[in-house]
Write a protein that binds this ligand. Structure first.
Ligand code: IPE
Ligand code: IPE
Ligand code: MG
Ligand code: MG
Length: 305
């Protein structure tokens, strides 16, 4: 896929996502002042990586539809909550995000704390909404990838965990950042295939040791294979994404946090780790039928040479 084609493709997704996010915030019953804070956190920039991944995995298996878009926005809202809290003085104490003052810098800490809370609450409500084909939204099906098996646990390890070696560090990256990215991929796949609770649960529980457990419940081999591909892609790219963030901050001369990969390995080694993970993600696409040109191009954007 050529660069301008890729940009057009992502801009198309972003436009839909941003319009829906604006609508979702507009419909809330909070005061106009508080809604302005939520809009500031949600609508002032952002690559929309997680919702785009979710929609792409969905659209590889089904025509685009409103319920997928709504779900994708739920993921972005969850991401936005995590960023507000991550930047606060009690966590990373950052004054700028996306080139603008962080939410607590602009509106104060109380407002930032509440805005994070409000977005987390909103995200869970959206992600658990039924669709015409599914009584339970797929978010509820994948254990707690935003809590004790994912993002919050990862953020805990980042702030308070004992990270003794590179393996501990990668594990932390997989939780704090990778889990939400993986969730985007597998839930896009699940919504695109109208997988109900029982099927999703069996598929999820079969990972990562292989498809044996699920095979007892699920007899459709292509369903199993494609789920494993979405999951493998999300796993590898999710970890790669955090390494990319850490390496970019180092190259740009920004402050390096104690849990940056750059405190554990040198630049060459870090790039090697990143590129290996990106290759692993690309390998999972080999077996996928359908047009994977966009996902391949997306991976290319994260290679650091
Ligand atoms: C930043 O995520 C936080 C990490 C998990 C590293 P993004 O780089 O996706 O943030 P935005 O939404 O595009 O600003
Ligand atoms: C962010 O990790 C992870 C979450 C917000 C869950 P970082 O703290 O490393 O990301 P940046 O550098 O602030 O975007
Ligand atoms: Mg952090
Ligand atoms: Mg941070």
């Amino acid at each position: 896929m050529k660069i301008d084609e890729y940009k057009k493709y992502t801009d198309g997704y972003k436009e839909q996502i941003d319009a829906e996010l604006k609508k979702i915030i507009g419909e809330l019953n909070y005061s106009a002042e508080f809604k302005e804070v939520l809009e500031y956190a949600l609508l002032s920039g952002g690559k929309r990586l997680r919702p785009i991944l979710m929609l792409e995995w969905h659209n590889l298996f089904a025509p685009a539809d409103y319920y997928a878009l709504r779900y994708a926005c739920g993921l972005e809202i969850l991401h936005a909550y995590s960023l507000i809290h991550d930047d606060m003085p009690c966590m990373d104490n950052d004054d700028f995000r996306r080139g603008k003052p962080t939410v607590h810098k602009k509106y104060g800490e109380g407002m930032a704390l509440l805005a994070g809370d409000a977005l987390m609450d909103l995200a869970y409500r959206i992600l658990s909404m039924p669709t015409p084909a599914l009584e339970v939204g797929p978010f509820c099906l994948f254990k707690d990838m935003c809590g004790d098996a994912g993002l919050i646990h990862g953020q805990y390890c980042d702030l308070y965990g004992k990270i003794d070696n590179l393996d501990d560090l990668l594990e932390m990256c997989r939780h704090k950042t990778g889990a939400l990215i993986k969730l985007a991929c597998i839930s896009g796949y699940a919504l695109g295939n109208n997988l109900d609770y029982k099927k999703c649960k069996a598929l999820f529980e079969a990972q990562p040791s292989g498809a044996e457990t699920a095979a007892t419940d699920i007899t459709d081999d292509s369903l199993l294979l494609n789920y494993a591909l979405a999951s493998g892609f999300g796993d590898a790219f999710g970890a790669a994404f955090q390494l990319y963030d850490d390496i970019s901050e180092y190259i740009d001369g920004e402050k390096i946090t104690s849990t940056s990969v750059m405190n554990y390995v040198d630049l060459d080694e870090a790039k090697k780790m990143l590129n290996t993970l990106l290759n692993d993600a690309a390998d999972t696409l080999e077996a996928l039928r359908g047009d994977t040109a966009f996902l391949r191009e997306l991976l290319n954007r994260f290679i650091i040479i």
